[in-house]
Design a protein around this ligand. Structure first.
Ligand code: 6YU
Length: 504
């Protein structure tokens, strides 16, 4: 009966795929995915740098443990290294802040003593934890995480026991620690996918939840997971290169099917239900034309209020390492940033590269050789996308020469991502902006027509990472939203009387 419902899924990222999986497994016969591009996976995208596998999009399984559905699938499909499967690995609880072994370099070409800087990192981590505690408390002291951190660092400066820099210290060490705070703000911009931490809301910062487990990667590439999932779906489920232009809902003219999905090429498809799983960045740009009638105001407001910035990667390969053998992350400290505590550069065209906080080291070396992944968020990152590969390679080479003090060091290869220019993504992932609350995420996932309406229920459903109440911005969050919306339909039909069910 219900199994004849016509269901269209817009978008073939992990959330769309997870929804299709669930529905098809439950026996639904008319499930179709429409995907704008020529590939499945969306923001899960694996590529090559020479012969090395690199991730253009999602990198880690955040919190690989029993509760993480991405970890469970990857384990089931045999896609992980043995260490990631150990119970020790699953039990580590780092609260979202990986304990990587760092190397620090400064803009005057010096490799720094980690002990000189690490206090700043500890204080920063402590402030981030404090920042998460305003969740569900009225009256947070500042609107944004950035303002809170700057103010706390300044306040602590007057409290000797707590201060980032101590009175009797070498002035050079003191100023480096404050440079490290600026650097940490840039790191957090990447973690949150935000232009600046001044745009990330303090009141809802604790809304994001972590899972236990030491973050791990896919040795053969994250896209291997997509391939496995796709191989379990019927071949004709996805139509590629078929962008959707408009979803007409509450469509009385179409008889029994209340929704019509109109594609860019003019094709129209009738449906009982549509699951929209497009990225928030795309929704922000297109929400006024994507739905007819328009979305209810509260939903539109949440789409606008929630944040969706840009985080890009720059992969750089070297013949020889210039970092320590055990180093896992390299931080680049600009010595002119000791007074500023800023995470945005003032002249983007000239100084965009200053926003790149540093590099993570691809491990293990036997697999990756000497490959680094640079991270850059914000408008500076979007500006980088407008430059040619050659210009980016030149800027990266100059940067590394300056910080290592080695005037001839030259990368073998450079490859960068360009998520802002991707017309179907328009950025990287979502965060809770200033003034946001859990209510915004609830509004995001609320189906159409809204509760209380007399028209046919569940015409348009919403999935995708930006609709998960606590795991937004992640692959596991996205996957769970696809399952959630499929389950919403399945339980709707299991509780609906026969007369209300679409006929075949
Ligand atoms: C994770 C990680 N990771 C790095 C970078 C990026 C992301 N994420 P999709 O976009 O996949 O699918 C939608 C589809 O819709 C797509 O195919 C479109 O083409 C299509 N579409 C659009 N318009 C259409 C139309 N009109 N018609 C038809 N089709 C249309 N996540 O778990 N680990 O390491 C990273 C990272 C550079 C860009 C990531 C990571 C995010 C995930 O990639 C992302 O959430 C999911 O893949 C999204 O799946 P989806 O199905 O929703 O959309 C305190 C606090 C902190 C808060 N944050 C902390 C967590 C940090 C997040 N981590 C990120 C870090 C990295 C490095």
């Amino acid at each position: 009966k219900s199994l004849n419902a016509k269901i269209v899924i817009v978008g073939c990222g992990i959330s769309g795929i997870a929804a299709a999986h669930r529905l098809i497994k439950a026996g639904y016969r008319h499930v179709r995915i429409l995907e704008a591009t020529g590939r499945a996976g969306g923001r899960i995208k694996t590529s090559r740098l020479g012969d090395k596998v690199v991730e253009i999009g999602a990198n880690w399984i955040h919190g690989p443990s029993e509760e993480n559905p991405v970890f469970c699938l990857a384990r089931q499909y045999g896609l992980l290294d043995p260490e990631a499967l150990t119970s020790e690995n699953q039990a580590v609880d780092i609260g979202g802040h990986p304990l990587w072994i760092p190397n620090f370099f400064s803009s005057s070409g010096r490799k720094l003593n980690p002990e000189d800087v690490s206090l700043a990192l500890e204080i920063f981590a402590d402030l981030l934890n404090q920042g998460s505690e305003f969740q569900n408390q009225k009256g947070e002291p500042f609107a944004s995480v950035g303002e809170f951190i700057r103010s706390e660092v300044q306040t602590r400066q007057s409290q000797q026991n707590n201060a980032v820099v101590k009175e009797d210290e070498d002035p050079a060490v003191r100023s480096l620690r404050l440079c490290a705070i600026s650097n940490m703000l840039k790191v957090e911009c990447c973690v949150n996918g935000a232009h600046s931490m001044d745009e990330v809301g303090l009141g809802a910062f604790g809304q994001y939840k972590t899972l236990p487990g030491l973050d791990c990667t896919f040795p053969g590439g994250f896209e291997g997971l997509i391939q496995k999932l796709m191989s379990e779906l019927p071949d004709d489920v996805v139509t590629y290169n078929r962008p959707v232009r408009r979803v007409h809902w509450n469509n009385a003219e179409c008889g029994e099917n209340p929704v019509t999905v109109e594609c860019h090429d003019g094709e129209k498809m009738l449906a009982d239900h549509v699951i929209v799983s497009v990225p928030l960045g795309y929704l922000k740009k297109e929400c006024s034309s994507l739905f007819q009638p328009p979305l209810p105001l509260h939903k539109l407001h949440s789409i606008q209020r929630l944040g969706f910035g840009t985080n890009n990667k720059v992969f750089v390969e070297f013949d020889e390492p210039w970092w320590d053998a055990d180093c896992e992350v390299i931080y680049l400290l600009w010595e002119d940033e000791q007074d500023a505590m800023v995470d945005q550069v003032s002249d983007v065209q000239k100084s965009w590269i200053k926003k790149l906080f540093g590099f993570t080291v691809l491990k293990p070396t036997e697999r990756y050789g000497h490959v680094l992944c640079g991270w850059i968020a914000g408008h500076e990152s979007e500006y980088m996308e407008t430059l040619s590969e050659l210009e980016v390679a030149h800027a990266i080479t100059q940067l590394i020469r300056r910080f290592t003090g080695n005037p001839v060091i030259t990368p073998r290869r450079v490859l960068r991502s360009r998520w802002f220019s991707d017309p179907w993504t328009c950025g990287s992932y979502s965060y809770l902006g200033k003034g946001c609350s859990e209510q915004d995420l609830d509004n995001m996932m609320e189906p159409l027509p809204p509760r209380g309406s007399k028209s046919q229920p569940l015409q348009v459903l919403f999935a995708g990472e930006a609709t998960h109440p606590s795991y937004f911005s992640t692959v596991h969050g996205a996957l769970l939203t696809g399952r959630r919306e499929a389950d919403r339909l399945i339980s709707h039909y299991s509780s609906t009387s026969l007369s209300e069910v679409p006929k075949s």
